[in-house]
Design a protein around this ligand. Structure first.
Ligand code: HSE
Length: 312
């Protein structure tokens, strides 16, 4: 059987929700699998230059996992992998690769793993559930991951729009996690708890005017700012130019600016950021991206898209 899996990009943290909050975005990794006489793993487009062909590819490595878990032989397939998600830019490309492989393998097995099992499996491998939960469920997610099982609530992003500043230079997540302290003061912990809680509540109730305050962070952005020179300025300037709030996207280096789609297209914000980028010499792409509402989907020939997952 042939099938296609599409998994959205995601922006994790949203400021103070470190490893806990995420937003799915309409940029996709698309993986097509069909029967073949020999194994072929084919990254397409820009992926062809920077990700492995053959069994070492991360998507294929994830694809085989459901078969191993079920004690089933892995079928020989041709796998084509295409992605619109910029790699190593804090937009959930690795979560999308992992989930697209898991979902493709699970779908070929006729969905033995349910949504919760897929989420736990992916979160265990990522070490946190924010990106994988957003990519799997779509929308905004609040994810709690204790190391084995994830508890996730999905919220509707309502009128949120996202404007991304995506720098040309990549940043490895391991490097961006490596600069974080092991311990925090009680003061910073209370700051983080209260802001993340306010942010989740503001998103759940649609009180978008609170995002400017609620997205403030002391847990990771101040430490990562030395790796992302544009960060501090953009966090300060984007709200002045009309953004509801701004945050480092995931581990960076992209910066997420949220805006209210009810107020129309964010042309002033885009122009102000473009002008500023030119003035400071920041080489980055400006991408306006809508939230993804559906999450990961499996598309089987002759059937409609099946949201996310599998059995249950
Ligand atoms: N929450 C993660 C981080 C996302 O900020 O390190 C990147 O994988």
């Amino acid at each position: 059987m042939s099938l296609t899996v599409q998994v959205p990009a995601s922006s994790a943290n949203l400021g103070p929700g470190f490893d806990a909050l995420g937003l799915a975005l309409r940029l996709y990794t698309t993986v097509t699998v069909c029967p073949s006489e020999v194994l072929e793993v084919c990254p397409l487009g820009t992926l062809a230059d920077c990700t492995p062909k053959g069994a070492a590819n991360a998507v294929y490595q994830a694809f085989v996992q459901p078969f191993a878990l079920r004690g089933q032989p892995v079928p020989t397939v041709r796998m084509e992998i295409a992605s619109e998600i910029p790699l190593a830019r804090g937009l959930g490309s690795s979560a999308a690769a992992l989930l697209s492989g898991l979902l493709a393998g699970n779908a070929l097995l006729r969905d033995p793993l349910g949504q919760g099992e897929l989420l736990d499996l992916a979160a265990c491998q990522e070490g946190h559930a924010d990106n994988v939960a957003a990519a799997l469920l779509g929308g905004v997610v609040v994810a709690c991951f204790g190391g084995r099982n994830a508890q996730v609530l999905r919220l509707d992003p309502g009128k949120l729009g996202a404007l991304l500043v995506v720098p040309e230079e990549p940043l490895a997540t391991s490097v961006a996690r490596g600069v974080l302290p092991d311990q925090y003061s009680r003061h910073d912990t209370v700051h983080a708890l209260s802001h993340a809680a306010l942010l989740a509540a503001a998103l759940a109730t649609g009180k978008l005017e609170l995002l400017g305050v609620a997205m403030q962070d002391r847990l990771h952005q101040p430490y990562r700012a030395k790796l992302v020179p544009a960060l501090e300025s953009l966090l300060e300037l984007a709200p002045r130019w009309g953004a509801l709030g701004a945050a480092l996207s995931g581990a960076g280096p992209s910066v997420l600016c949220l805006y209210d789609r009810d107020r129309g297209e964010p042309r002033d914000l885009e122009q102000a950021i473009s002008g500023w980028m030119a003035a400071v010499g920041l080489r980055a792409q400006l991408l306006r991206v809508a939230p993804d509402l559906q999450g990961a989907r499996v598309i089987r020939p002759g059937a409609g898209a099946q949201a996310g997952t599998g059995g249950g």
